[in-house]
Design a protein around this ligand. Structure first.
Ligand SMILES: Cc1ncc(COP(=O)(O)O)c(C=O)c1O
Length: 407
């Protein structure tokens, strides 16, 4: 949405350039159409359509009833920070203490704070395309320069040592890694991470932000491999990012966290204390319960997601020319539609994935996100954390639309 101007009110350049999250805008458009009575199926937003686990709701309600409804420390209640430190230490086989943890209003804001804490004007941040749509804007809001490392089919959409080496310049400050990936669902193996770490060792000025928000939604093993499994010696320059949204289906509660070197965590905590003050208190008690007792719920969720993935992959395979790489985690399908770009709908050429998504929404009432929003043209991202029958119906509609296009 373009920013409206009012005479006499001069917006800052930062605000003029700022666009709303394309995914949230798309979801909002689909919501409006639904509200107008249209049978829209939304595969746009990265959000489980099942409820927050009951144990979490009960714990949060109990905390409210006990009066735990006040400001908390800026980086979160000590119990939650201790639980995050213990979980991360166990996951990675490394020692983290609670003062190396900061919690805030969603992993999105924690990432924002991390970039504010690390990036000086003109510093470059390497983003691995396709990447989560918000990364590049967040880097720009920190006055940094996104340096896009394009990783297409040839590298299974993953960063390789050669691509990384080529992207590094004297201005490189941060590498942002995300595994399992949004949008591809791809997971780096330990060997791939070891090879990336080899390059990083040659460039000690580069910090890593490892966005692990989907690390427990993993179909290949219980926990996705991590750069610090592969290279524990990099611990002092890795910031680990995670949160409750995806794992515990707590998107609306807004609770995320970072774990890492004390200097960075303290700077982020100060940033949070001067902006949002602290994360929501009930959300913290809920997330604490999630960490302490919801492993069985996660296991069940992963089983359900895997079934959904397989059913929808089989449905996509029925559409001629469409190529979908098999996701190993998260809940997205990254669907290649290149053979259909350049074809015509009602005599009009469909040039881009954005045009394709817009037509699919208006004509077939299915909301999907264009690949270009993730830095790679020729794809659609479909979120499949929804009712399987609805997902199948949506893919049928997409298939019908694609096949109605003419040369
Ligand atoms: C890759 C990635 N990182 C971070 C987030 C932020 O999650 P939240 O702010 O809900 O914790 C998302 C949400 O979609 C995501 O896909």
């Amino acid at each position: 949405m373009s920013t409206p101007t009012t005479p006499g009110l001069q917006l800052a350049n930062r605000a003029k350039l700022l666009k709303g999250s394309p995914i949230l805008l798309l979801a909002a458009r689909a919501g409006e159409m639904k509200a107008a009575g249209k049978d829209v199926i939304s595969l746009s937003i990265g959000e489980p359509d099942w409820g927050t686990f009951d144990k979490i709701k009960t714990a949060a309600i109990a905390s409210i009833q006990k009066g735990q409804t006040k400001y908390t420390p800026p980086s979160g209640i000590p119990e939650l920070r201790k639980a995050v430190a213990a979980q991360t230490s166990k996951d990675l086989g490394l020692e983290y203490t609670f003062d190396q943890v900061t919690c805030s209003s969603g992993a999105k804001f924690v990432l924002f704070a991390a970039l504010q804490a690390l990036v000086n004007p003109g510093d470059e941040v390497i983003l691995v395309a396709p990447f989560w749509a918000s990364y590049s804007t967040m880097v720009e809001l920190a006055d940094g320069l996104p340096r896009i490392a394009v990783c297409d089919e040839a590298s299974d959409f993953k960063l390789t040592p050669a691509i990384l080496e080529k992207a590094i310049t004297p201005k490189t400050k941060v590498l942002l890694l995300n595994s399992p990936s949004n949008p591809t669902g791809k997971i780096y193996t330990r060997d791939e991470l070891k090879a990336i770490a080899e390059v990083l060792r040659r460039h000690p000025q580069i910090a890593v932000i490892s966005d692990d928000i989907y690390n427990r939604l993993c179909f290949t093993e219980k926990l996705a491999p991590h750069i610090l499994h592969a290279a524990p010696d990099l611990k002092d320059r890795v910031i680990i990012l995670n949160g409750a949204s995806k794992t515990y289906s707590m998107t609306g509660w807004r609770l995320g966290w970072a774990v890492g070197p004390k200097a960075a965590i303290t700077a982020m905590s100060n940033y949070q204390s001067q902006s949002v003050s602290c994360p929501s208190a009930p959300a913290q008690y809920g997330a604490l319960e999630g960490i302490l007792s919801c492993d069985p719920d996660i296991e069940r969720t992963v089983g359900i997601l895997k079934e959904k993935r397989d059913t929808l992959l089989a449905e996509l395979a029925k559409i001629p020319g469409v190529k979908t790489s098999v996701p190993e985690g998260a809940f997205y399908l990254w669907v290649g539609i290149k053979p259909y770009l350049g074809k015509k709908y009602k005599g009009q050429v469909v040039h881009t994935s954005a045009e394709m998504c817009s037509l699919i929404l208006e004509e077939k009432l299915v909301a999907a996100v264009p690949g270009v929003e993730f830095g790679l043209e020729g794809y659609l991202r479909l979120s499949y954390a929804l009712d399987t029958a609805k997902g199948v119906e949506a893919i049928k509609r997409i298939g019908d639309f694609l096949q109605s296009l003419t040369a």
